[in-house]
Every structure is written in structure tokens, then in C-alpha cells.
Design a protein. Structure first.
Length: 104
């Protein structure tokens, strides 16, 4: 496990630990976050109204990434790419908001 933290603009410190449970040969392996119980979880005071609409990954290790995600029980699209990339789209009251490169 790898500890992490950051301060929000209001000065509140968020603390967590990350873990790569299954491991894949990748520059950007999926990982899991365990939030410190003494730290305010970001979702507890985040603005509401948006939901996750789509997640897509591009990877030069497409098969290994797909296998990892299948073992973890995650249904995420994986496309071939020259480098690791993650794209996500949120459905918000004002419309869809896209983060990352164009979805693979």
C-alpha cells in the first residue's frame, strides 16, 4: 500500500492509501483507494447532480489490461493505444462533461 494526501483549497487535508491488487504490466495500472476514516471523503461535500456516464481506457498492453479489468469485475472499454490514456464522461444537469483524450 502507498499512502497519499493532498490539501483542498479550503485547507482540509484528504488522506488515503492506494493499492494495486492484481498488477498488470502497464504504465497506468488501475488501482484502488482506501480513504482514511479520519479524513473527509470527497463525495460527502461534493456538488451533486452528476453521474458517471462512460469510462474508457487506451493501452499498449490491451489484452493484459482487459484481463485485469475482467478479473476485477469491471466492465470498462479498452482500446489499443500507443500510450496509456483514461477518458471519462459525466452526465450533469447542464449536459455531458468529458475529461481526458477522446474516448478510444
Amino acid at each position: 500500500m502507498q499512502p497519499g494526501s493532498r490539501k483542498r483549497p479550503d485547507g482540509t487535508e484528504l488522506r488515503w492509501r492506494t493499492i494495486d491488487l492484481l498488477g498488470i504490466p502497464s504504465e497506468m495500472p488501475p488501482f484502488f483507494i482506501e480513504w482514511d476514516p479520519a479524513s473527509t471523503h470527497p463525495s460527502s461535500d461534493a456538488p451533486g447532480g452528476c453521474t458517471l456516464a462512460d469510462v474508457a481506457i487506451a493501452s499498449p498492453t490491451t489484452d493484459a489490461t482487459r484481463d485485469w479489468l475482467a478479473r476485477a469485475g469491471l466492465g470498462v472499454r479498452v482500446a489499443p493505444g500507443t500510450r496509456e490514456a483514461l477518458a471519462l464522461t459525466l452526465a450533469c444537469p447542464g449536459g455531458r462533461v468529458h475529461f481526458g483524450p477522446d474516448a478510444p
